[in-house]
Design a protein around this ligand. Structure first.
Ligand code: SF4
Length: 598
C-alpha cells in the first residue's frame, strides 16, 4: 500500500494566514519534512510526529525522503512557506516521483495544498500594488543561468508588468539586485514606486516604501520581497497602488456614472480594445474587461507628476546607507560637480531625461523602452570619479593575493590607492563604468563602502578569529549601518574583548564585547592632542539588543546633528542620545588643537 504525499504551502508563517486545509494536512500526517526554519514556524502543530528537517540546498534529499516514507505507506507532509507550487517543493516532489515511474494511477496519492505566496502577502501589506498584470522573478542564479534571468527581467520590464523579485540578495549573491535595478531603470522612471517587505506577517516584519532609483539604499536580504510598480503605480499616504484602469470609464467620486451600463462595453468607450467578434453584454467587465495598462484617455492619467511627487513616505524609516560616491565629470571645462550620494545616481540622471511616466498603451511602453535602450547604447558615456573604501572583511584584515591583483587592476595606472588608519584601502579612479568596477571588487569577495561623511565600522580582527563570539554582531552592524550617510563621518569601533587593543573606546561610538555582552562608550575622540576615550554609558548590553540600541543612537545623530558636527560635540550639546545621558568630564588642562602638521 502506498502512502500519501501532502505538499503543503503554509503561507507567510503566521497561523492566522495558514489555510484550513494546510493545517488539517499537517495534522493528519505521520511524517513532516521541511527546511529547518519552516519546521520552527509550525512547531506547535507537529508535536509527536516524525520530523525530518534539513538545511537550505537540501531540497532534493527532502523530496527523496518524502517519497521513501510515502512508499512505506505513511502520510507525509512536505512543507514550504508561501505557496508550495511557487518556488516551493511541489514541482521537485513530482519530478522525484516521475524518476521512479510514478503516474496518477500509482499507489502513492499526491495532493498539493496552496498557500499565500510572498507576492500576495507582501502586496497586502503594501496596499494594492498587484492590482494589474504582475509576475514573479527569482534572482537566485543557483539553479537558473543569470543570462536567462536577465532576459526575463528585460521582458517583464519592457512589458510594464508589476514585478515581484524573490530571492533578491543573500550574503554571497549581492550583484544580482544591482543588475536587476539597472535593467529596470532602462524601462521605468527612477520614481517608480518600490516596496520592500521583509518577513511579512512574521515577528520581524519590516516594510519600506521607496522608489526604483533609491531601492538599493535600503536593507535587502534573503527574507525580503521586492515589489516594483508598473508605469501607473502610485503611492498615496504610504499605500502603494496600481490602478486597474477603472478611471478610464468611471468617475470614482460621482454618484451617477457618465456611461450607462450598456454603454460601457461599446467600442467608443474602449477604443483601445480588440474588435469584438460577438456581443459582450454578459462579460464581467471587472475581471476580463478593460485591458488595464492600455488606453490613453484623459481620465487615464492617474500617476502624473503630482501624485508621484507626494509619494514615497517610508512606512518604516529604514536605515538608509548611501552608496559608493561617484563624482560626475561631465564635458570639459566644467570641474567635477557635486558628489552624488548614490551609486545609482548616474542611472537616475539618465532616467530623469526620459519623459515622465504616464499610462500608455503597453505596446508604446515597450517600444519606448527599446528606443531608450538604443539611445543608451549610442550615447557618449561620461567619466565619473569612483571613490570607495575597500576591505577584505569586517573582522578579516587579510587581503588575498588574488584580491590585491583585482584591486590593482581596478585602480589601474591612473588611479590612486591609499591605506587608511580606518582599516580600509581607499581607491580613487576616473571611470566610465563605476558599477562594473565595484562589481569586480565585490566578486573578488571584497567589501566596498562609500567614503566621506558616512558611518565606518572599525572592528578588531578578533585575534584572527580566535575570539570569534562578537564577529556576527560586528558584521550585522556593518551590514545595517556601514556606509550610511551622516552629517559628519562617524566611526563605530567594535572590539572583541576587554583588551580593546584596536582602540574602540576612543571612537565616536565604541563597543567592547566582554563576558558575552557589550560595553558601550559614546563620544570618544581618536585624534588630536585632546584625544580622549568616550564616556562609558552602559555595561552588559545583551547582544540581541545591540542593533536596536545602535539604531537609536545613529538615527538620532543623523536627524539632529548640525552639518559637520562631530559626534562627541553633538553628544555634549544634546545631552541625551538614545537612552544615554551625557556627563561632563572633569575639565582637563586646556589644549589647543593645532591645524594638521603644525
Ligand atoms: S580587542 Fe581583544 S579580541 Fe580584538 S584583537 Fe584585541 S585582544 Fe583580540
Amino acid at each position: 500500500m502506498g502512502g500519501k504525499l501532502l505538499i503543503v504551502g503554509f503561507g507567510p508563517g503566521s497561523v492566522d494566514h495558514m489555510t484550513k486545509r494546510a493545517r488539517e494536512a499537517i495534522e493528519e500526517s505521520d511524517v513532516i519534512i521541511g527546511y529547518k526554519t519552516y519546521i520552527e514556524l509550525v512547531r506547535d502543530l507537529i508535536v509527536g510526529k516524525e520530523i525530518i528537517s534539513t538545511g537550505m540546498t537540501e531540497e532534493v534529499s527532502r523530496a527523496q525522503a518524502a517519497v521513501k516514507w510515502a512508499e512505506r505507506g505513511k502520510t507525509v507532509a512536505v512543507i514550504s512557506s508561501g505557496d508550495a507550487g511557487l518556488y516551493g517543493m511541489a514541482g521537485l516532489v513530482y519530478e522525484v516521483l516521475i524518476e521512479k515511474g510514478w503516474t496518477k494511477d500509482s499507489s502513492i496519492e499526491v495532493e498539493v495544498i496552496p498557500g499565500i505566496s510572498a507576492i500576495h502577502s507582501c502586496a497586502a501589506l503594501l496596499g494594492a500594488p498587484i492590482m494589474h498584470d504582475a509576475c514573479t522573478i527569482s534572482l537566485s542564479d543557483h539553479l537558473t543561468p543569470w543570462e536567462l534571468i536577465e532576459k526575463r527581467l528585460e521582458a517583464a520590464a519592457a512589458a510594464d508588468f508589476v514585478i515581484a523579485l524573490y530571492n533578491p540578495k543573500s550574503g554571497r549573491r549581492t550583484r544580482q539586485i544591482v543588475e536587476a535595478q539597472q535593467i529596470l531603470l532602462r524601462h521605468r522612471a527612477p520614481t517608480t514606486p518600490v516596496g520592500l517587505v521583509k518577513s511579512a506577517y512574521r515577528e520581524r516584519q519590516h516594510m519600506v516604501l521607496t522608489d526604483l532609483a533609491h531601492m538599493l539604499d535600503h536593507e535587502i536580504g534573503m527574507l525580503t520581497t521586492v515589489i516594483i510598480g508598473n508605469s501607473t503605480t502610485f503611492v498615496h499616504d504610504g499605500v502603494m497602488i496600481t490602478p486597474r484602469g477603472y478611471q478610464r470609464k468611471y468617475q470614482l467620486a460621482a454618484a451617477v456614472q457618465p456611461l450607462k451600463p450598456h454603454e460601457r462595453l461599446r467600442k467608443e468607450a474602449e477604443p483601445w480594445a480588440l474588435d469584438q467578434t460577438k456581443p459582450l453584454e454578459d462579460e464581467d467587465e471587472g475581471s476580463t474587461g478593460a485591458p488595464g495598462a492600455s488606453g490613453t484617455s484623459e481620465a487615464a492619467v492617474l500617476a502624473g507628476d503630482d501624485q508621484k511627487d507626494r509619494a514615497f513616505t517610508a512606512l518604516a524609516t529604514a536605515v538608509r546607507p548611501s552608496s559608493v560616491a561617484t563624482v560626475t565629470k561631465e564635458a570639459e571645462p566644467t570641474p567635477p560637480a557635486a558628489v552624488l550620494p548614490t551609486l545609482a545616481a548616474p542611472l537616475a540622471k539618465t532616467a530623469e531625461r526620459q519623459p515622465t511616466a504616464a499610462p500608455k498603451r503597453v505596446k508604446e511602453t515597450a517600444e519606448d523602452a527599446l528606443a531608450a535602450l538604443e539611445r543608451r547604447k549610442t550615447r557618449k558615456t561620461a567619466a565619473v570619479l569612483l571613490e570607495a573604501a575597500v576591505s577584505p572583511g569586517v573582522a578579516n584584515k587579510q587581503f588575498t593575493p588574488e584580491q590585491l591583483i583585482v584591486l590593482a587592476e581596478v585602480v589601474g595606472t591612473d588611479g590612486k590607492m591609499t591605506y587608511t588608519p580606518d582599516h580600509y584601502m581607499k581607491i580613487e579612479r576616473l571611470t566610465e563604468d563605476p558599477d562594473g568596477l565595484v562589481a569586480r571588487l565585490v566578486d573578488a569577495g571584497l567589501i566596498v563602502m562609500p567614503v566621506g561623511d558616512v558611518l565606518t565600522v572599525k572592528a578588531c580582527d578578533f585575534c584572527d578569529g580566535e575570539k570569534k563570539d562578537a564577529i556576527p554582531y560586528a558584521e550585522e552592524l556593518a551590514r545595517r549601518f556601514g556606509g550610511m550617510a551622516l552629517p559628519k563621518e562617524l566611526k563605530l569601533g567594535i572590539n572583541g574583548c576587554g583588551m580593546a587593543c584596536y582602540g574602540a573606546v576612543r571612537e565616536d561610538i565604541g563597543l567592547v564585547y566582554r563576558k558575552g555582552k557589550f560595553d558601550l562608550f559614546l563620544g570618544g575622540k581618536t585624534v588630536g592632542r585632546n584625544a580622549h576615550p568616550g564616556q562609558l554609558v552602559a555595561e552588559g548590553i545583551p547582544p540581541e539588543e545591540i542593533v536596536a540600541v545602535m539604531a537609536e543612537i545613529i538615527e538620532q545623530y543623523q536627524e539632529q546633528a548640525h552639518p559637520n558636527e562631530r559626534f562627541h560635540k553633538f553628544f555634549r550639546r544634546v545631552k541625551q542620545v538614545g537612552r544615554f545621558s551625557h556627563e561632563e568630564a572633569k575639565p582637563a588642562a586646556s589644549i589647543e588643537t593645532p591645524a594638521c602638521g603644525e
